[in-house]
Write a protein that binds this ligand. Structure first.
Ligand SMILES: NC(=O)c1ccc[n+]([C@@H]2O[C@H](COP(=O)([O-])OP(=O)(O)OC[C@H]3O[C@@H](n4cnc5c(N)ncnc54)[C@H](OP(=O)(O)O)[C@@H]3O)[C@@H](O)[C@H]2O)c1
Length: 246
């Protein structure tokens, strides 16, 4: 028998067309949730994923909404809530990485990354919780670089993930009285398009388990936090990193 702990739930996921977000879409749909996900550019991948979810008996919808545009994101969330009547689960996963030292990367790059990685998390949460009741779940996808940068050239990306970590704690304080949990998943190095081969070569010696993580392994933690067994967990940042931070 398939276990479907999210049956009847409505989930909204940002950046679901590829990588970790796509794994979260598959996992939450498999567990019974109706899933709406955003993408910015990868329309073909998004449509293919919608087809894949439908073919395996799930419910998935893709909508183009650039997280850099807070208004577009709020409109997409409102539309999903109107269609389904409410939202139970928000996963703010969309994110971009940037590499470069402080004496190279311009201030504009800070603004670009923060608009997608941080401002959109605030805007998306603000939009989604309007439609969320008791038992709702807000999950952010941060990164282990919130705790340790590890390499030069990561200041902007690390700062954005540090902001997510502290914002998650703030959200947990704001929304706990409404019975809404808020948690931050911090992946370590995961095999996705974000990590080209040279990154793998760099990080592998630092991972006790000796391999890159799989997007499905992050999705499993997200599913746990979205599900009925995590109702006393909030304000937490949980790491899934093969031991990188140990
Ligand atoms: N991979 C890792 O090792 C790792 C480690 C720690 C944390 N993370 C975090 O995990 C999250 C997902 O990373 P990933 O590795 O899956 O990255 P990825 O393979 O590059 O995929 C990124 C996803 O986010 C979407 N996206 C990017 N910019 C967007 C925007 N402006 N608006 C809407 N959607 C946007 C992309 O959609 P389009 O292709 O359509 O633009 C794509 O679906 C990110 O927040 C990342 O920082 C990743």
């Amino acid at each position: 028998m398939t276990i479907r702990p999210l049956e009847g739930k409505v989930a909204f996921i940002t950046g679901g067309s590829r990588g970790i977000g796509a794994a979260i879409v598959r996992r939450l749909a498999r567990e019974g949730a109706s899933v709406t996900f955003t993408y910015a550019a990868a329309a073909d991948a998004a449509e293919a994923l919608v087809g894949e979810v439908a073919a395996s008996g799930g419910r998935g919808t893709a909508v183009r909404a650039d997280s850099a545009d807070a208004e577009a994101l709020a409109v997409a969330i409102d539309a999903a809530a109107t269609l389904h009547g409410h939202i139970d689960i928000l996963v703010s996963n969309a994110g971009v990485i940037t590499h470069g030292p402080v004496d190279d990367l311009p201030v504009e790059e800070f603004d670009r990354v923060f608009a997608i990685n941080v401002r959109a998390v605030y805007a998306g949460t603000r939009a989604a919780v309007k439609h969320m009741g008791e038992g709702g779940s807000v999950i952010t996808v941060g990164s282990i670089v919130a705790d340790r940068s590890g390499f030069p050239g990561t200041a902007i990306y690390s700062a954005s993930k540090g902001a997510i970590k502290s914002m998650t704690r703030g959200f947990a304080r704001d929304l706990g009285p409404r019975g809404i949990t808020v948690n931050n998943v911090q992946p370590g190095p995961i095999a996705t398009d974000m990590n080209p081969a040279y990154v793998e070569d760099l990080v592998l010696p630092l991972i006790p388990l000796g391999r890159m993580g799989k997007a499905d392994e992050v999705a499993a933690l997200v599913a746990y936090l979205a599900g009925p067994e995590a109702r006393f967990t909030t304000g937490a940042s949980l790491t899934v990193d093969g031991g990188f931070l140990s």
